[in-house]
Ligand binder design. Structure first.
Ligand SMILES: [Zn+2]
Length: 64
C-alpha cells in the first residue's frame, strides 16, 4: 500500500479504540506511512462521525 499524501511505503499497524464505543472492538488495524507518518484508517473517520452524531442528536443513548 502506498501513502496517498507522499507516495511512501505504508505498514500495517494496530490501533486501540480509546473511545470505548459500543462496537466491542477495542483494537483495529490501520495503515501508517513510515515516510511522513500519515495514518489511514476509515474507522477513525467513522468513529468521529458516530461520536459527534451521538452527542448532537442522540441523547437517548445516554439514558440510564
Ligand atoms: Zn506518507
Amino acid at each position: 500500500m502506498r501513502c496517498a499524501r507522499c507516495g511512501g511505503l505504508m505498514v500495517r499497524e494496530k490501533f486501540e479504540d480509546l473511545g470505548g464505543l459500543a462496537s466491542g472492538d477495542h483494537e483495529y488495524a490501520g495503515w501508517r506511512c513510515i515516510n511522513c507518518g500519515a495514518i489511514v484508517d476509515p474507522l477513525i473517520a467513522a468513529h468521529r462521525r458516530l461520536t459527534s452524531q451521538a452527542a448532537a442528536s442522540n441523547p437517548a443513548l445516554t439514558t440510564a
